[in-house]
Design a binder for this molecule. Structure first.
Ligand code: ADP
Length: 275
């Protein structure tokens, strides 16, 4: 079957028929929310720094004066509360839940803020995960938000796809590491974005390199990055590179990412924010 021929299943078909039904799968926004832009951060697998990248972008966006939010859709591996030093105690009314607020005023929601014990593993299956993310969108009174970053479930399979279908995502940022099978992962993410008719804003390479603390030499553990070639092949931008940086992991462990002082994602934030 030709790539753009209708399969009569709008959830997986790429054809752009006038009768497309993907819009109807989207969860409605809460009456107490006015979210203007939703940016999803995706990765090919877990542990590549997707949550770190999401958090850094949110910090930079908030610093530029935009009202910023983070929706932690990585329901089975939630790390946003830890990175921002947030714990428990979400309150609400009949109209919905109030998000937690970080020390600099970023609004955030995560399943870990709702669990009595944040160490309880979440072993839910795909539809329950997607339902939870829909609730984070529809059931939370986000208020007035300029940019919401969504820390997506890792991978390009059923779970992130279902989450995408329930949220009105405006753009996607792909996070990879040099040892990832970069070309395959970027290719899958770009195809997933195409299926959803969502633009890919670009790629961030994490753990790109390290700087020797003694001599300042740049060390590329996995050889020269292949990212530029891959980005060109798929027609997407390289937004930035984050090195291995012990200061960053310490800030994440202390819940103090808002104190970060580095310019690793300045260009990425400028591109996303369009200035
Ligand atoms: P993911 O969301 O992809 O599962 P995380 O953002 O939670 O990954 O990162 C996994 C771990 O690796 C975290 O403990 C984080 O602090 C650490 N980490 C990620 N990127 C870096 C980096 N560039 N330098 C130092 N530590 C990092």
């Amino acid at each position: 079957m030709a790539e753009n021929e209708c399969t009569h299943d709008c959830s997986t078909c790429q054809a752009n028929c006038s009768s497309r039904q993907t819009e109807s799968l989207k969860a409605p926004q809460n009456a107490g929310s006015d979210v203007k832009k939703v940016i999803a951060v995706v990765s090919g697998k877990g542990g590549v720094g997707k949550s770190l990248c999401t958090s850094m972008l949110a910090v930079l966006t908030q610093r530029k004066g935009y009202k910023t939010a983070v929706l932690d859709a990585d329901v089975t591996g939630p790390s946003i509360p830890k990175i921002f030093g947030l714990s428990g105690g979400i309150e609400g009314t009949e109209e919905g839940m109030f998000p937690a607020r970080t020390s600099t005023g970023i609004e955030a929601i995560s399943v870990n803020l709702l669990l009595e014990d944040e160490q309880t593993p979440v072993v839910w299956r795909g539809p329950v995960i997607a339902g939870t993310v829909s609730q984070f969108w529809s059931g939370v009174m986000w208020g007035d938000i300029d940019y919401m970053y969504v820390d997506m479930p890792p991978g390009t399979g059923d779970v992130p796809l279902t989450v995408f279908q329930s949220l009105p995502v405006d753009g996607i940022v792909i996070v990879t590491t040099p040892q990832d099978l970069v070309s395959m992962i970027v290719g899958k993410a770009v195809r997933m974005a195409k299926m959803m008719h969502i633009p890919v804003l670009g790629i961030v390479e994490n753990m790109s390199y390290a700087i020797c603390p003694d001599c300042g030499k740049k060390i590329e553990f996995f050889g020269e990055s292949k990212l530029d070639g891959v980005a060109e092949k798929f027609g997407v931008k390289v937004l930035g590179r984050i090195p291995m940086d012990a200061k960053l992991s310490k800030l994440c462990d202390k819940g103090a990412i808002e104190l970060m002082e580095n310019g690793y994602l300045d260009h990425a934030a400028e591109t996303i924010l369009g200035n």
